[in-house]
Write a protein that binds this ligand. Sequence first.
Ligand SMILES: Nc1ncnc2c1ncn2[C@@H]1O[C@H](COP(=O)(O)OP(=O)(O)O)[C@@H](O)[C@H]1O
Ligand SMILES: [Mg+2]
Length: 204
Amino acid sequence: MKKFVIGIGGVTNGGKTTLAKKLQKHLPNCSVISQDDFFKPPSEIETDKNGFLQYDVLEALNMEKMMSAVSCWMKSPRHSPVSTAWRNAEEVPILIIEGFLLFNYKPLETIWNRRYFLTIPYEECKRRRSMRVYEPPDPEGYFDGHVWPMYLKHRGEIESIEEIVYLDGTKSEEELFSQVYEDLRQELAKQKLSCKASLEGSSA
Ligand SMILES: Nc1ncnc2c1ncn2[C@@H]1O[C@H](COP(=O)(O)OP(=O)(O)O)[C@@H](O)[C@H]1O
Ligand SMILES: [Mg+2]
């Protein structure tokens, strides 16, 4: 069965979860997996020499557990625990994986049909982050001492991946949604066409 897997990566507070939820509402048969649901318990998070808990690194996440959720969906999109209401059996099942550290994780490298990366400038990111309540709360200096430097490091690591579509997270939620939705409609149509062509090819 054909499937379509979308990655929404990007900076903390860039609007990943907001965009993913909005897309899910408008795309048929669309499930969402959020990387934030796979953080290890606080007792397993490393601390650096400044006493900052190292949350913004792959090691802070139980990626094996996230991969099992992804594999489960890939095997049987309709019956996986993250499945959504099945609206139109004709349409290809869609999975959105959203999180701050997706495209640096090698085992996922070949899964994507389309990848987006939300960016916002430093000041806006710091402002949005300061309005959120985290558990555990960000200590003084955490944004500059851990969050932002890790973001820059991870962003640098994926710079050479040409397929990633960068999105300006300072655009309005509505604008971002329309841009991505339109892009996805085109990508989904391309996939449909290529499936049809290969089916016709195999029956010729
Ligand atoms: N396009 C946008 N413009 C302004 N604020 C936004 C936008 N998208 C999301 N937000 C706000 O920014 C904060 C972080 O959004 P969220 O979707 O949770 O980000 P992420 O999942 O990337 O951390 C929330 O308070 C949300 O309401
Ligand atoms: Mg989020």
